[in-house]
Design a binder for this molecule. Structure first.
Ligand code: ADP
Ligand code: MG
Length: 251
């Protein structure tokens, strides 16, 4: 479906007792079902603010965000949101961690539990289900966090710098895992990153924002389809995409 997610003329202003900060001036873009879209822009330009608005955690002053044609604020339970920190609870086993979203929503049905079991098995975590987070590597923990997010069957996933706490090699490997898991599960992804290679290697489209208060400077389609993030980095087209984004961000 085209225009699965529509971000229309969003403006976001932070108000504190002493001042107003316009973080996002006027941002519009759309995302098709199953598409992976990255948002890049200079530090402090409002990327996280915009993503938390899509997640319905921040309210905009102007504009509207629609998911399948309806105000996204009425569909919060269809949104999966993942941050840099995996936020796993150290005192709960991996299994209890991945079930927490369903537990909170009172949705621990047989069907949902079987779905979680299948994800753990498919993505190499079943044998660790009774372990505690401290025993797992950073990359595995981030995969657990992803499965915890997928457990609630979100229609759309939002990732805010989700890999930036990981060392370089782990980060590249985790981005490949996340890419392949989300493609296989037919998910739609909107992610924020300050890392240009990560944006190109993960996405079908990159939305480039200006400095604060942000507007869209350019949308760039990445025509590398199902080439995985690691192989994309060696693709002949990669450098051209990199140069285009770099130039936009430097202007
Ligand atoms: P980015 O993720 O692109 O680095 P942010 O969305 O975090 O940028 O921040 C955009 C701007 O909004 C920054 O100038 C930041 O200082 C400001 N800002 C972010 N959160 C708040 C807040 N809760 N209150 C006031 N200003 C904020
Ligand atoms: Mg941010």
């Amino acid at each position: 479906m085209s225009n699965f997610l529509q971000v229309n003329n969003i403006q976001i202003i932070y108000q504190t007792p002493t001042e107003e900060t316009m973080a996002v001036k006027d941002v519009s873009f759309s995302v098709e079902e199953g598409q992976f879209v990255s948002i890049v822009g200079p530090s402090g330009c409002g990327k996280s603010t915009l993503l938390s608005c899509i997640a319905s955690l921040t309210t905009q002053q102007k504009g509207l965000i629609l998911l399948q044609g309806k105000d996204i604020k009425t569909q919060r339970s269809d949104i999966g949101y993942m941050l840099q920190s995996d936020n796993l609870m150290p005192w709960r086993s991996i299994y209890k961690n991945v079930l927490i979203g369903l537990e909170i929503r009172n949705q621990l049905t047989q069907e949902n539990i079987e779905y979680v079991n299948s994800l753990l098995k498919k993505y190499g975590l079943w044998q660790f289900k009774d372990s505690f987070p401290a025993r797992l590597s950073g990359g595995m923990r981030q995969r657990v966090a992803l499965i915890r997010t997928l457990a609630i069957k979100p229609k759309i996933l939002l990732l805010d710098e989700a890999f930036s706490a990981l060392d370089y090699q782990t980060r590249v490997n985790v981005s490949r895992d996340v890419f392949s898991i989300l493609r296989k599960e037919n998910k739609t992804l909107v992610m924020v990153t300050h890392d240009i290679p990560e944006a190109i290697s993960m996405s079908d489209k990159v939305v480039i924002l200006s400095a604060r208060p942000s507007v869209v400077k350019k949308e760039l389609n990445i025509e590398l389809c199902d080439i995985d993030p690691v192989n994309r980095r060696n693709h002949p087209a990669f450098q051209g995409y990199f140069n285009t984004i770099w130039k936009e961000l430097s202007q």
